[in-house]
Design a protein around this ligand. Structure first.
Ligand SMILES: [Zn+2]
Length: 138
């Protein structure tokens, strides 16, 4: 899926790309929302690509958090908030903190709807069930 701004997608595309916020009120935080450090952001999946970007204005104890949420394939994501007057950037994560199993066999390839190649290894998150395939030849 090609990353794109949500405002250009259809409703169905938005629901698929943003499962953590699709059914949330516009002012609520997605599950698993927590601040992360700049170092954690630097090592995040953000730099491997994201599927959708969303702007949200969320409220916590009467304080608004304006953030850009970057949704990943696994339903989790990273958010960036700019504090204009304070001259600061804050980083957050949301969604499942995936805990992937050891590599799964070919029988699970059917479950994720693909045929695994020689160097492909499939993993399943033990918490949410998300599948991930990595190619060890890369
Ligand atoms: Zn997970």
């Amino acid at each position: 899926m090609v990353a794109r701004l949500l405002k250009y997608g259809t409703e169905e595309e938005r629901r698929i790309a943003t499962p953590m916020t699709a059914d949330l009120h516009g002012n609520d935080f997605p599950a698993g929302w927590e601040p992360i450090t700049e170092a954690e952001f630097a090592k995040s999946e953000f730099f491997n690509g994201w599927v959708a970007m969303e702007h949200r204005q969320m409220f916590q104890e009467n304080k608004a958090v304006h953030a850009y949420l970057f949704h990943f394939h696994g339903g989790d994501g990273i958010a960036i908030e700019n504090d204009f007057w304070g001259g600061k950037i804050r980083y957050y994560r949301f969604g499942c903190k995936h805990e992937y199993s050891e590599a799964l066999g070919d029988e699970h390839a059917v479950e994720i709807g693909m045929r695994l190649g020689h160097c492909d290894h499939a993993y399943k998150c033990m918490k949410c069930g998300h599948f991930m395939v990595q190619n060890s030849s890369d």
